[in-house]
Write a protein that binds this ligand. Sequence first.
Ligand SMILES: [Fe+2]
Ligand SMILES: [Fe+2]
Length: 129
Amino acid sequence: MYELKDEYLVGIESIDNEHRVLFEIADEIYQLCINEFVPDKYDNIAALIQRLKDYTEMHFDHEEAYMESIQYKRMFTQKVQHDNFKRKLEAMDLEVIDDNQDQAIQDLLKFVTDWLVEHILETDKRITE
Ligand SMILES: [Fe+2]
Ligand SMILES: [Fe+2]
């Protein structure tokens, strides 16, 4: 359902591969969202949020190191967007999520996929322009 489409390719293999993994994590969130056989999804949600935190942290570090290596001019915009995303993940309240799991997974899925698509298309793709 959710996967890295050709139009999202930045043209730097290592970055594209990491973006592919981010879409795989988004797809896992989607699969959890539609799974009717898990009555309590709390542990899965918490684990997916942690995975997202860890993976984005690593990916943003790689991307920023690459931009630094080419002395990329729009680095500041990138950093601001990366930091905003990290802050939003950090601010997620697992207690609130537990009280309304279905809504929380839907919100998480929308937040992650909207951000990924917009950030890759509008910001990451400009790195190689
Ligand atoms: Fe990226
Ligand atoms: Fe980025």
